[in-house]
Design a protein around this ligand. Structure first.
Ligand SMILES: C[S@@+](CC[C@H](N)C(=O)[O-])C[C@H]1O[C@@H](n2cnc3c(N)ncnc32)[C@H](O)[C@@H]1O
Length: 318
């Protein structure tokens, strides 16, 4: 079981040896893409040693509202504060130790939210909170590692959230932002040394729920997990089939599948339904299927079978 205490401890332990050069380069690229205006009210979410906040504060002439920089790890925040003092811009940053989800701000308070190298630790619920915290037409910028090149080491592997689908392409990152209700998403891949990330910038709709896209339909078929993003969850293959039948002629944005569903039950009857539909030239309309089972061979079978029938399928961390 992991939680905020384990998260803070892991990053406290890392603070002195943190690779600031690498993360600063990513943050500078994201800041350049987001192009903050001088007087904007900005948050650096899960700021660590302040890579994004420092990138903005150093070039800022405005001395108004400081950049809110919040992180669970007191060690990382202390390291960030020291860096800011050395650079002479500590007063431009409001450092806070605490959880970043929800952000400690009122609704529609912020013009710009930046989150570098952290969303995959925060979990997908952070995106909904950013929609709340941003003013209409406010912007969000985040970076995520490329799925196939991401190798979290040691204790960090357990801290990565299972519900953030890491992008393989810039298009995947745009999809993640728009599925959360953001508009005008722009994403690009940045390679720093041997590591690659996707930088994404997107806009909060002008009128919540109006000019943005419709609420995404996210279905989950899983006997145990909470799947916080799912709009509907079925716990057995039988209920999963009923759930899919109910959405037969509707666009499903995401479908999350577990392989083992408890006892003798598995996802395979659901997979057979999806196969039959494709065989009949009437496949289900699904933006992306995420297979997030802890059973690797079962999950691989599901991925292989569904891809063969033309569905877009991705393995997600269980
Ligand atoms: C890989 S570091 C990135 C730090 C910084 N944004 C950067 O680009 O260098 C991830 C950070 O997320 C923080 N973090 C993880 N979950 C958090 C949460 N729920 N609230 C606040 N900070 C969190 C960790 O403490 C850590 O400092």
């Amino acid at each position: 079981m992991t939680g905020p205490v384990q998260m803070a401890r892991a990053f406290d332990d890392l603070a002195d040896g943190y690779d600031n050069d690498h993360h600063d380069e990513i943050a500078r690229a994201l800041v350049a893409l987001a192009a903050p205006a001088d007087a904007e009210h900005i948050a650096d979410v899960a700021c660590g040693a302040g890579a994004a906040a420092l990138a903005i504060a150093q070039g800022r002439s405005h001395r108004g509202t400081p950049i809110l920089a919040v992180d669970l790890s007191a060690g990382m925040v202390a390291a960030g504060r020291l860096r800011a003092e050395r650079l002479g811009c500590d007063r431009a940053i409001d450092w806070r130790v605490g959880t970043a989800v929800p952000l400690p701000v009122a609704d529609a308070d912020l013009d710009l939210i930046l989150c570098t190298s952290s969303l995959h630790f925060l979990g997908i619920r952070a995106l909904a909170d950013w929609r709340r915290a941003l003013r209409p037409r406010g912007r969000v910028g985040f970076t995520l590692p490329i799925a196939s090149r991401f190798r979290p080491s040691g204790p960090f592997a357990d801290l990565v959230s299972a519900d953030v689908p890491l992008p393989e392409t810039a298009e995947d990152a745009r999809t993640l932002a728009t599925a959360a209700g953001f508009i005008d998403a722009d994403a690009r891949i940045l390679t720093v040394g041997s590591r690659s990330v996707v930088l994404t910038v997107a806009t909060n709709p002008a009128v919540p729920g109006c000019s943005g896209p419709r609420t995404p339909i996210v279905l989950g078929i899983d006997d145990l997990r909470a799947l916080p993003r799912a709009t509907r969850i079925a716990r057995t293959s039988r209920d999963g089939i009923l759930l899919l039948e109910e959405h037969r002629d509707r666009e499903i944005d995401e479908l999350w599948l577990d392989h083992d569903l408890g006892g003798d039950d598995s996802i395979m009857p659901v997979v057979a339904l999806l196969e039959e539909a494709a065989f009949d030239d009437h496949p289900f309309e699904i933006g992306m299927i995420f297979v997030h089972s802890a059973n690797p061979s079962g999950a691989e079978t599901v991925v292989r079978v569904l891809r063969r029938w033309g569905y877009r399928v991705r393995r997600a961390t269980a």
